[in-house]
Structures are given as structure tokens and as C-alpha cells.
Ligand binder design. Structure first.
Ligand code: MCF
Ligand code: FE
Length: 404
């Protein structure tokens, strides 16, 4: 048993003070230090620095580790130029992305307090790293392939990767999962097969959806920048699906849709009605010229996620939260800070169906302790000060084990 003492604990009821947490792999009790010491006299005491706040470990629901080698290869500014450079540099970037680089990416996430991440995997290259990293990993095997001629082969390869991720060692914290790349890149027949697998085997499911204006135009009318792209690389001139058909493919299974920047209010309402959620990647959207997701109007749960280094400059969840505050400059800042912390803790855990994301009895003891540079003058501002002042966490626990 361990007992952790911090000035504040972030809970569903707000920040509480003068309390400590007793835990093993899970949280056993939250009470005053005196009572906990009396009840668990042999427990190891962990006294954190003054002005520390205990948070549940942060959850980054969407990252592409395989693209960690990108620094200046991919062109930012507009989605289509970015995609062209993905095609151009993909092999080089994959070749340069060895285990050491991906371990560095995991470490960067860990230092910023991320105890769980959703890894979108195109080839399965990062499975070994994800098995070895201390973090909980929801391993999203990506299905991609719009050409009916190759669909069966691509689906076969995809299922092999799904199986490999289902056979991870018990010691690892990997959960197998499925990612549908996007409506423009996945043939509806294999899409439906993959959704059925997710449903039957109860695997978390995600999909990039309505990220760019070009995607919207291609899916609605077969025109725009994607027309030349598909002509050039695939010698086709018609989209394999449309927005409505794609959305309906997920009707019977809650899915985590990434981006949705270009979705209409009606489409967002539809997603909400079907119990789906959104991964909001503000820096990725900004860097790829995709626009701003109107989070103030959402009626469905959303998470804030970094996306990969393919469309970002860091994998720090606090860098992402600070950027989110800047992008949504019309939303009152204190309320926004509070809702963003929820989006990367309890809301994200619900989306990924994990028993973490809250400091509460019975939850997994995944914690991130942050330390403010001085005593917060007003309690209602702790959420904002936490986001603004944190570069690295001061302690981090996963399932009760200390890693930072
Ligand atoms: O989320 C961003 C932007 N949207 C789509 N795909 C990706 C992102 N970052 C990496 N990707 C990957 C995706 O998984 O890039 C490839 C896929 O394997 C693009 S499709 C040619
Ligand atoms: Fe992505």
C-alpha cells in the first residue's frame, strides 16, 4: 500500500484539499492523512512538493508513433500538400522511425503525464515498443485500401495485425483495437467487415472523418483537390463512398471519430445520437489548414489528442492543451480549461472503455502529479494554472508503480 499526499486532488467534484490517497494497483481510499496512516500503518508515504496537484494520468486518444521521424519532411499549411508529401516521404519516414525513436516519443508523452495513449498503427511496426512501454496502449490497427481489386489482400494483412495485437503478453498494457483510416481511403465492403469484427470482439473503434474541406468536397461531389490526387495515384475518378453511407456504417457501434472539423451541425447531431465521440486535434488541424472544430457547439463527448508528429511539433498533452486554449479564443478561458482537463481524463477513459481517468475508489492507480510554481490564489483558477504552468509532471504512477 502507498499513500500519496498532495495539496489538491482533482476529482469529479472539483479540486479537494486536505485529503490523501491510499492505493495499490487501484485506488483503495481517499481520506485525511491521519485516518489513512492509522488504517494502513505499513503503507509507504509519498509526500509531494508544496503546491502539487494530483491528477489522474492523462489520456492521449490519438497518436501515430510510426510517423515520429517527421520534422520538416511533411508540408504544413494545406491538407492536400501535406498528403502529397506523405506519399512522397512515407517510405523514408518509416525507414527512419526505429524503436529508439518511438521509445523517445513514448517517453515524451510520459514526461507530460500521459499514462494511456491510443496508437494508430498503419503497419504494426510499433507493436513491440507499445508492449514494452509502461503506458496503457489502445493499439488501433489501421485498415486502409480503396481499390476493390486489392481489398481482400489488404483486409487479410489487417486481420493478421489485429491478431498479433491480440496476442500481446499479459505483462503489457496493450488493448487491441481497430482504426478505419477514412471515408475516402477505405472500400465500403472491407469497412463493414472491420466494423463487424470490432463489434463482435468488443474492440475500440476509431476513424478519421471530415478532416479537410477537400475531403468533404470529394465525398459530396467527386470534385476538388482529391480529384487530381485520385487520378494521379489510383487512376480513379469517383469516391468509393459518401458522407451519409460512411456514417451509417458505424450506426450500431460507438466509434471515436478523429477531427470532424468539416462536419455540419446536422452530421454532428447524428453522431451524437448514435453514441459516438470525437478526438479533437487542434494543432494538427491548424498545421494542415483544416480549420477549427466548434467544440462549444458539440453535443457529444470529445477528447483532446496530439495526433502524430506527422502533423505536430510535440506529443506533450500540455502543449496540446495550451494550443487548444489559444485556438478557441472566444470560449471563456476558465470554463474551457476545466472542460479540457475532463476531456483528457474521465471522458477519454470512457471513450476507450478503460477503468482509469479518475482519482476515485476502485479506479486504476494511474496518476500524474503536477506542481504549480506558487500557491494558487483562487481555487477556481487551478485548472487554468495547471495547463499554463506545466511542462513536465513531477510524479507519475501507472497501476500503482512509479515511473517518474
Ligand atoms: O491524422 C493525421 C491526418 N489525417 C490522416 N492521416 C494521418 C494523420 N497522421 C498520420 N496519418 C497517416 C494515416 O494513418 O497517414 C497516412 C495513414 O496511414 C495517410 S494516407 C496516405
Ligand atoms: Fe491521425
Amino acid at each position: 500500500m502507498k499513500i500519496l499526499i498532495a495539496d489538491y486532488i482533482y476529482t469529479q467534484k472539483g479540486f479537494i484539499s486536505k485529503q490523501a490517497v491510499a492505493f495499490t494497483e487501484t485506488v483503495k481510499e481517499i481520506n485525511t492523512l491521519e485516518i489513512l496512516k492509522e488504517k494502513y500503518p505499513n503503507a509507504e508515504l509519498i509526500q509531494t512538493e508544496p503546491n502539487s496537484i494530483l491528477y489522474p494520468g492523462f489520456i492521449n486518444t490519438h497518436v501515430h508513433l510510426e510517423f515520429s521521424a517527421n520534422k520538416t519532411s511533411l508540408k504544413y499549411g494545406s491538407f492536400m500538400s501535406w498528403l502529397d508529401t506523405v506519399i512522397e516521404h512515407r517510405d523514408d519516414l518509416m525507414g527512419a522511425c526505429d524503436n529508439t525513436l518511438m521509445q523517445k516519443a513514448c517517453k515524451e508523452m510520459l514526461s507530460s503525464g500521459i499514462t494511456t495513449f491510443g496508437a494508430i498503427s498503419s503497419f504494426g511496426n510499433e507493436l513491440e515498443v507499445c508492449e514494452e512501454t509502461p503506458q496503457r496502449v489502445v493499439f488501433f490497427n489501421e485498415l486502409i485500401g480503396s481499390n476493390a481489386m486489392y481489398a481482400d489482400m489488404l483486409y487479410g494483412d489487417f486481420m493478421e495485425r489485429v491478431k498479433a495485437s491480440q496476442n500481446c503478453t499479459k505483462a503489457s498494457r496493450v488493448t487491441p483495437a481497430i482504426a478505419i483510416h477514412s471515408p475516402y481511403s477505405v472500400h465500403p465492403i472491407i469497412l463493414q467487415k472491420a466494423v463487424n469484427v470490432a463489434k463482435q470482439e468488443k474492440l475500440p473503434l476509431c476513424a478519421h472523418f471530415l478532416e479537410s474541406q477537400a475531403e468533404r468536397e470529394w465525398l459530396s461531389s467527386g470534385t476538388g483537390d482529391f480529384e487530381a490526387f485520385f487520378k494521379k495515384y489510383f487512376n480513379t475518378s469517383t469516391p468509393v463512398t459518401n458522407i451519409e453511407e460512411f456514417m451509417h456504417a458505424f450506426d450500431s457501434y460507438p466509434t471515436h471519430f478523429t477531427h470532424c472539423v468539416q462536419a455540419t451541425p446536422k452530421e454532428l447531431d447524428y453522431l451524437a445520437k448514435k453514441g459516438h465521440s470525437i478526438a479533437h486535434c487542434p494543432r494538427s488541424n491548424r498545421y494542415l489548414g483544416c480549420g477549427r472544430l466548434q467544440i462549444e457547439a458539440l453535443k457529444l463527448p470529445f477528447t483532446v489528442a496530439t495526433d502524430g508528429l506527422s502533423s505536430n511539433d510535440s506529443l506533450s498533452i500540455f502543449d496540446e492543451l495550451r494550443a487548444t486554449l489559444m485556438l478557441h479564443n472566444d470560449i471563456p478561458i476558465q470554463a474551457l480549461a476545466t472542460s479540457l482537463l475532463k476531456s483528457v481524463t474521465s471522458d477519454a477513459a470512457k471513450v476507450l472503455n478503460l477503468n482509469c481517468g479518475e482519482v476515485a475508489v476502485g479506479k486504476l492507480a494511474d496518476f500524474a502529479v503536477i506542481t504549480l510554481p506558487e500557491t494558487p490564489k483562487r481555487e477556481e483558477e487551478i485548472a487554468l494554472w495547471s495547463i499554463l504552468h506545466t511542462k513536465e509532471v513531477s510524479h507519475l504512477f501507472i497501476e500503482g508503480e512509479k515511473y517518474v
